[in-house]
Design a protein. Structure first.
Length: 435
């Protein structure tokens, strides 16, 4: 059985993946941060997180170009600090990519439920899992081409949303009850500021399938980050500026909603107009782009673990016809569907963000370590202003991890317990790692 992936991804397809992984974060999830910190709390958190992502992307590009492996941080940290810490970092990455898709699937279900209220949102979420897992099994180029098309549509739809809402923007709406929980709200809003950008690092996980990865991975990171930063600022101001943050957070029952953009547009067009229904319908492309892209990235992470024998080796096999990690994709789908039944979007997002932040911390430490231990390693791209850039990313990520743990104690315990349990199993069943 083959364990080799096929190189077929061009720079434009990588941009589609980089933006597509993330773009659903513009459509939902971030608004939960308004409930935690208000306009100012989430806004300040987002500025710092944007700085973290810019500096992290510049650092991660060096690693991805120097070590173009599907395992991403698993391979980078393993090379820098050994297999044990490589496994821990890889597990953090795995949690990020396996738990982000069910959160997005719940968003897909919420949007479809607006159009078809008689059907439970879980039905739509589960159907989405089956459809897009199948697409990813059929082939990475087909999946990436599809991703590019729907990402372009999703970006166009966000632009349409902004064109409809920004004429109704009022600065006073950003200033209404902007800081309801004070400074604590900034830290409590961090996971949802991260949700704006979470998943972009998945570009590195398709390095083995990229044409000339040493050149094209860096371009993909930079172009994707520029696109996403602009979209986040535009969407935030357009949605909140219409009627204040409470009106894109709480539904008629007073519950936190998973559909902030329709709520913002509904204040202008009502809930039955042509433009409203078009936004909801076309808005699904944003969810689909991220859902499809993150399924692809998650499959590569699980595949790499299986390939090296740290997950069951069957997960490291690729399909004999399509050259894709089919068993890894199916296993991730099963786990994702189980997560759907909690219906706790905020908690699922937070668990995914815990994994992401851990990944960022380990990655920054890895680049610093490898610069010292392997100064002559070929580096087609070198992080500018080293070591300032990775240290900035490391500092913000570390503060974010501490803040998230403080404000989400139960989820932090669950997250670190899963990591610890997985590490114990890894040490028990991988005799080659025993001393």
């Amino acid at each position: 059985m083959s364990t080799h992936l096929k190189k077929s991804l061009s720079p434009i397809l990588l941009w589609g993946l980089g933006v597509g992984y993330v773009i659903s974060g513009m459509y939902f999830g971030w608004n939960i941060g308004l409930d935690k910190g208000g306009t100012l709390g989430l806004g300040i958190a987002t500025v710092f997180i944007l700085i973290m992502y810019i500096t992290f992307s510049l650092s991660y590009s060096e690693l991805a170009c120097a070590i173009p492996k599907a395992g991403g941080v698993f391979d980078y940290v393993g090379r820098a600090f050994g297999k044990d810490l490589g496994f821990v970092a890889g597990m953090a990455q795995w949690i990020e990519f396996v738990f982000a898709p069910p959160a997005i699937a719940l968003g897909i279900g919420a949007y479809f439920h607006i159009l078809y209220p008689a059907v439970d949102e879980l039905v739509f979420a589960i159907v989405a899992y089956f459809i897009f897992t199948a697409i990813n099994i059929i082939g990475v180029k087909i999946s990436a081409t599809f991703e590019l098309i729907i990402t372009i549509i999703a970006v166009a739809e966000l632009s349409l949303f902004a064109s409809l809402t920004l004429p109704h923007f009022q600065l006073q709406n950003l200033q209404t009850n902007p800081f309801p929980h004070g400074i604590e709200g900034i830290f409590a809003a961090i996971p949802f500021a991260i949700w704006f950008f979470l998943g972009m690092e998945g570009i590195a996980n398709v390095a083995e399938e990229t044409i000339d990865p040493q050149k094209n991975i860096t371009k993909a990171f930079m172009y994707s980050m520029a696109t996403l930063g602009l979209l986040a600022a535009m969407t935030f101001c357009a949605a909140v500026g219409v009627g204040g943050w409470e009106k894109v957070v709480y539904d008629s029952a007073g519950k936190v909603s998973d559909s902030p953009l329709p709520m913002a547009l509904g204040q202008i067009t009502g809930n039955s107009g042509l433009m409203y229904h078009m936004l909801v319908s076309v808005g699904l492309f944003g969810f689909v782009a991220s859902f499809n892209g993150l399924l692809l990235a998650a499959g590569r992470v699980t595949y790499e673990f299986g390939k090296v024998g740290q997950f069951p080796r069957v997960l490291g096999e690729v399909h004999p016809k399509f050259n894709t990690p089919h068993w890894a994709l199916v296993a991730n789908m099963v786990l994702g569907i189980f997560a759907l039944f909690t219906k706790r979007t905020g908690d699922i997002i937070t668990l995914s963000v815990f994994g992401a932040i851990t990944l960022y911390i380990f990655s920054c430490l890895a680049i610093i370590r490898l610069r010292k231990t392997e100064p002559d390693m070929p580096r087609p791209f070198r992080t500018p202003f080293y070591p300032v850039v990775p240290i900035i990313a490391l500092t913000i990520a570390s503060v974010a991890l501490v803040a998230m743990s403080y404000f989400n104690i139960k989820l932090a315990i669950i997250y670190f317990a899963v990591i610890t349990f997985a590490f114990v199993l890894y040490k028990l069943f991988n005799s080659s790692d025993k001393s």
